[in-house]
Write a protein that binds this ligand. Structure first.
Ligand SMILES: Nc1ncnc2c1ncn2[C@@H]1O[C@H](COP(=O)(O)OP(=O)(O)OP(=O)(O)O)[C@@H](O)[C@H]1O
Length: 302
C-alpha cells in the first residue's frame, strides 16, 4: 500500500468511526425514532408492496405508543403477529419476512429476529409421531425469530389422513405459546392459500395479518432492475433498458399464472447481463476506463 492509499484508508476509518458515534448518539437520544428512520430507508428501497409498507408503519406506531402508554401506567397488551403472505414467486415475500424479523428484533418484539425457512418436507414425517417431533424441533429453532413456511398449502395435500394435518395442528398449538414466542408466516400463491385457509376454518382468525404481494408491473420491474444496478455500481444505456423492457414483456406473455418469477427473474437477468458485459469489455480492450466498466449496453441484454 503506498502512502497516499494508506492516508485515504485512515481517513475512511475515521469517518466510519465518527458516523458510528453519531448513530449511537441518535439511537440513545430517541431509540424508536432512530429505528423508524432506519426502517424507512430500507422500505424506500422496496418497489411497490404498499400493503407491507403501511403495515410496517402501523407496527412502529403501535410499539412506540405502547411504550409511551407504559410510562403513564396505561395498559398495553401483546398482539398476535402471525401472518399470511399471498403472492406469486419473486414478489418479495421472503425479502419482507427477513426485513420484519430484523425490525421486530430492533423494536424488542422478538428476541433474535432470525429467519428460518421451511417447506412441507421439513415439517412432515414419514411415520406416526415423527411429524410432531419434526415440527416441534423447527419451532424450537425459530424461537425468538421468524418461521417462514413456503407453499404452506402443501401441508394439506394428502387430506385428513395425511401427516400434513398433524404438522398444521402442531403449529397451531405452538402459535398460542406465549412463553416461547416466535412469528409464524405462512406463504404461497393467493388462490391456493385462500383454498387452504377455507379448508381449515380454525386458521384464518389465528392470522390477523394477511398481506397481498401483487405481481409487479413492467415499470416496477424496470425500477427494481435500476435499483439492483445501482447497488452493484452499474448503469445502463437507454437501449439496454428498452431491451430489458422487451424481454420482460416477452417473458410474461410466454408464462402461465405463477410461473413468471417477478423480482427473481430481474435479478437473474441483471446478473447475466453483468457477465455478458464482462466478456464483451474484456474482448474489446485491454485498458478499461471507469465509464466502460460500469455501463451495460443493449447487447448485454441480448
Ligand atoms: N418490492 C421489491 N423491491 C425491490 N426488489 C424486490 C422486491 N421484491 C422482491 N425483490 C427482489 O426480487 C428477488 C426475489 O424476491 P423474494 O425471494 O423475496 O420473493 P418471494 O416472493 O419470496 O419468492 P418465492 O415465493 O418464489 O420464494 C430478490 O432479489 C428481491 O431482492
Amino acid at each position: 500500500m503506498n502512502a497516499q492509499t494508506s492516508k485515504s484508508r485512515i481517513r475512511v476509518l475515521i469517518q466510519d468511526r465518527e458516523r458510528d458515534q453519531q448513530q449511537r448518539e441518535a439511537m440513545l437520544a430517541d431509540p424508536d425514532h432512530y429505528i423508524l428512520q432506519k426502517a424507512e430507508k430500507q422500505l424506500y428501497k422496496l418497489v411497490g408492496v404498499n400493503e407491507l409498507k403501511t403495515f410496517i408503519r402501523e407496527i412502529y406506531a403501535w410499539i412506540h405508543i405502547n411504550r409511551c402508554r407504559e410510562k403513564h401506567q396505561l395498559k398495553t397488551k401483546q398482539q398476535s403477529m402471525h401472518m399470511i403472505f399471498k403472492g406469486s414467486p419473486g414478489t418479495g415475500k421472503t425479502t419482507a419476512a427477513r426485513l420484519l424479523g430484523e425490525m421486530f428484533r430492533e423494536l424488542g418484539f422478538l428476541e433474535k429476529g432470525h429467519f428460518i425457512e421451511a417447506e412441507r418436507g421439513d415439517l412432515v414425517g414419514e411415520y406416526i409421531g415423527q411429524t410432531a417431533q419434526k415440527t416441534k424441533a423447527l419451532v424450537q429453532k425459530a424461537e425468538g425469530g421468524i418461521l417462514f413456511v413456503d407453499e404452506a398449502y402443501a401441508l394439506a395435500r394428502g387430506g385428513e389422513k395425511d401427516f400434513g394435518k398433524e404438522a398444521v395442528d402442531t403449529l397451531v398449538k405452538a402459535m398460542d405459546d406465549n412463553l416461547h414466542p416466535f412469528v409464524l408466516i405462512l406463504a404461497g400463491y393467493s388462490t391456493e392459500m385462500n383454498r387452504f385457509l377455507n379448508m381449515n376454518p380454525g386458521l384464518p382468525s389465528r392470522f390477523p395479518v394477511q398481506l397481498e404481494f401483487p405481481d409487479f408491473t413492467t415499470e416496477q420491474l424496470l425500477e427494481i432492475a435500476e435499483n439492483m444496478l445501482g447497488e452493484r455500481e452499474y448503469i445502463w444505456t437507454s437501449a439496454a433498458k428498452e431491451q430489458m423492457e422487451k424481454k420482460i414483456q416477452l417473458r410474461r406473455a410466454g408464462k402461465t399464472e405463477h410461473s413468471f418469477s417477478n423480482g427473481r427473474y430481474i435479478r437473474n437477468e441483471i446478473e447475466q447481463a453483468i457477465r455478458y458485459h464482462a466478456v464483451r469489455t474484456m474482448r474489446e480492450k485491454k485498458e478499461h476506463d471507469k465509464e466502460a466498466l460500469k455501463t451495460l449496453i443493449g447487447a448485454d441484454f441480448k
